[in-house]
Ligand binder design. Structure first.
Ligand SMILES: *Cc1c(COP(=O)(O)O)cnc(C)c1O
Length: 326
């Protein structure tokens, strides 16, 4: 059996070339107060400023651009009610490819409008009566579309890894890199970049307390499947990590930690008050662990990927009003 991982650093480097001039090179922010709280030098890579407001644009654009001319002529399909849907819709439009997005009929109106606004065809399904994977499979079959999943896909993983590549190229080798974990595409790609560019860097995943399937999967060596977790981190309400993801976690990730929803709310408030940025709950996972000094950093250089900033104003207000200040 081969021990080679599904994605290599060469794939991440190629993704970076393809994304050059298309994806935003997002800023890296620092905060004296964050450094004090963490007892570290903390560098926040701000993917909340990425196109569509989250890192998912990187993987979606890279994956679509890698399809053959024939596949591109037929179009792509994604099923998602979140950031992957908008990422696919925008990336497809930029590449002149037709996108079809399968979304639940009760998805937030804002997200439906945003996805349609990028020119995608939205197909609604009833999440109480139909299985979205079955709906998607039927449409893929009928129309000959290429399905691009949100995390368990080589070119998606390679694209997401460009966020960590940019961060390390900008600030130099890190001692730690903290990344949020849903299905594990972002941390997989970022860990591959980190191991190449800063071989001693420890990559740490962070997921919601209520949905610690990735932690259990890494510790047991088998993909653990859980019911949909109840957490405000909607981008991490995944039930299991990807099949391509687990071997990458096992090879590259030192540990996966968890944080509570209260910690996420306090971190959102910290970002708003102290750093003047809007970060969605899922985007706060890595930072919440670092600001709580989840590990004894003792002045170490710590990178944190802030994964996205898509949260509606009412939800944002509720979160920061309910939050204890850090
Ligand atoms: C999708 C998403 C995640 C989780 O990414 P995975 O690749 O599934 O682990 C985290 N944060 C935001 C903002 C997301 O959109």
């Amino acid at each position: 059996m081969s021990t080679a991982l599904a994605v290599t650093y060469a794939d991440v480097a190629r993704a970076a070339e393809i994304l050059d001039g298309v994806a935003h090179r997002t800023p890296v922010l620092t905060s004296t107060r964050a450094d004090e709280l963490a007892d570290a030098q903390v560098f926040f890579k701000c993917e909340n400023f990425q196109r569509i407001g989250a890192f998912k644009f990187r993987g979606a654009y890279h994956a679509i651009s890698r399809l053959s001319d024939e596949q591109r002529a037929r179009g792509v399909l994604a099923f998602s009610s979140g950031n992957h849907a908008q990422a696919m819709a925008l990336a497809a439009r930029l590449l002149n490819v037709k996108a079809t997005i399968v979304m639940p009929h009760d998805a937030p109106a804002m997200k439906l409008a945003a996805t349609r606004g990028y020119g995608a065809e939205v197909i609604l399904y009833d999440r109480n009566r139909e299985d979205r994977e079955a709906v998607a499979a039927r449409i893929v079959e009928e129309r000959g579309l290429s399905l691009i999943p949100p995390y368990d896909h080589r070119d998606v993983i390679a694209g997401q890894g460009t966020a960590a590549k940019e961060l390390i190229e900008e600030v130099g080798a890190l001692d730690y890199l903290f990344v949020c974990v849903g299905g594990g595409g972002l941390i997989s790609g970022c860990s591959i970049a980190a191991k190449q560019l800063a071989p001693d860097c420890k990559v740490i995943g962070v997921e919601p307390e209520a949905g610690n399937d990735a932690q259990r999967s890494l510790r047991s060596g088998e993909i653990v499947d859980i019911p949909v977790p109840d957490t405000i981190a909607d981008g991490a309400r995944t039930q299991h990590v990807g099949k391509l993801v687990l071997p990458i976690l096992q090879a590259n990730v030192s540990d996966i930690l968890t944080v509570s929803d209260d910690q996420l709310r306090s971190t959102m408030r910290f970002f708003a008050e102290r750093m003047k940025i809007v970060v969605e709950p899922t985007g706060c996972l890595g930072a919440a662990a670092v600001l709580a000094r989840a590990l004894p950093f003792m002045g170490a250089k710590v990178g944190v990927i802030i994964s996205g900033g898509n949260v509606d104003a009412d939800m944002f207000a509720r979160c920061i009003t309910a939050a204890e200040p850090l």
